[in-house]
Design a protein around this ligand. Structure first.
Ligand code: CA
Length: 253
């Protein structure tokens, strides 16, 4: 039983090792052959430069010089291959960047040219009960309890909704009057500095009154909408959440 048969029985791993050994030997033999031929060509060139008599012999060794040229070409090809590999890596990076940019463009289109989603709703108090006001100047009511705020157009820290999309909007607000000593509530829906609609309850001995109002208005990007409590007025609220401010985009323009 020969050595080859024994290695064959060792299975696929043994065959792979045999192939690897054979490839290694082949590669080593090729390198040695190329080196010998290259050295021969160098010797030919030296003789060509130093001895005209032997130059004739060298010029007769055509295959030697051809192989030398092939070796040079192979080296150039190897260098070009390295450059192409580097360029391929750069192309891969550029493709990744392009893909990310395309995704960002799609996201922006969904906000501007698609169907942007803008809607919010909030109540005045997050907890507790009592009056808000009076203040010496007209003041935006800050509706702290946010039910929804898709698009983040509403800011609970200021009570102001800011349009980030040009379009037609619907807004509604409600007011509950103060409980004591007498009703003294005036609130208005504002677009920037322009009063739009109001609710008023300032006289009589009745209490627990409330009212609401609404508008449909066009807004430009940057327009502010809020509910303003008039100077020296009050509203009341508690866990029942009587005072609310809501709005949403009907359609873009
Ligand atoms: Ca009343």
């Amino acid at each position: 039983m020969g050595v080859t048969t024994v290695k064959y029985k060792r299975g696929q791993e043994g065959r792979k090792r045999l192939h690897t050994d054979r490839d290694f030997k082949d590669t080593r033999m090729k390198k040695i052959a190329i080196l010998v031929l290259a050295l021969s060509c160098c010797w030919c060139e030296v003789q060509d430069n130093g001895n005209n008599a032997k130059a004739h012999q060298c010029s007769g060794s055509t295959s030697c010089c051809e192989i030398y040229s092939l070796t040079s070409i192979a080296q150039n090809l190897a260098e070009m291959g390295q450059k192409i590999s580097t360029m391929a890596e750069k192309l891969t990076l550029l493709e990744d960047k392009l893909l990310k940019t395309e995704n960002q463009v799609l996201e922006l289109r969904s906000l501007t040219a698609g169907t942007p989603q803008v809607a919010f709703s909030a109540a005045l108090r997050e907890s507790g009960s009592g009056n808000t006001g009076p203040f010496s100047t007209s003041t935006p009511l800050q509706y702290k309890m946010v039910f929804s705020n898709t698009g983040n157009g509403y800011n609970p820290a200021t009570g102001i909704f800011t349009a980030m999309v040009k379009g037609m909007y619907f807004f509604r607000f409600s007011m509950f009057n103060n409980l004591s000593p007498v009703p003294n509530s005036v609130v208005s829906l504002m677009k920037n500095d322009v009063l739009l609609t109001s609710v008023w309850d300032t006289s009589g001995t009745d209490s627990n009154d409330m009212g609401s109002n609404a508008v449909v208005i066009p807004l430009e990007v940057g327009d502010n909408v809020y509910v303003r409590l008039s100077e020296n007025r009050l509203v009341y609220d508690d866990g029942m959440k009587y005072n609310t401010f809501s709005g949403f985009l009907l359609f873009t323009m």
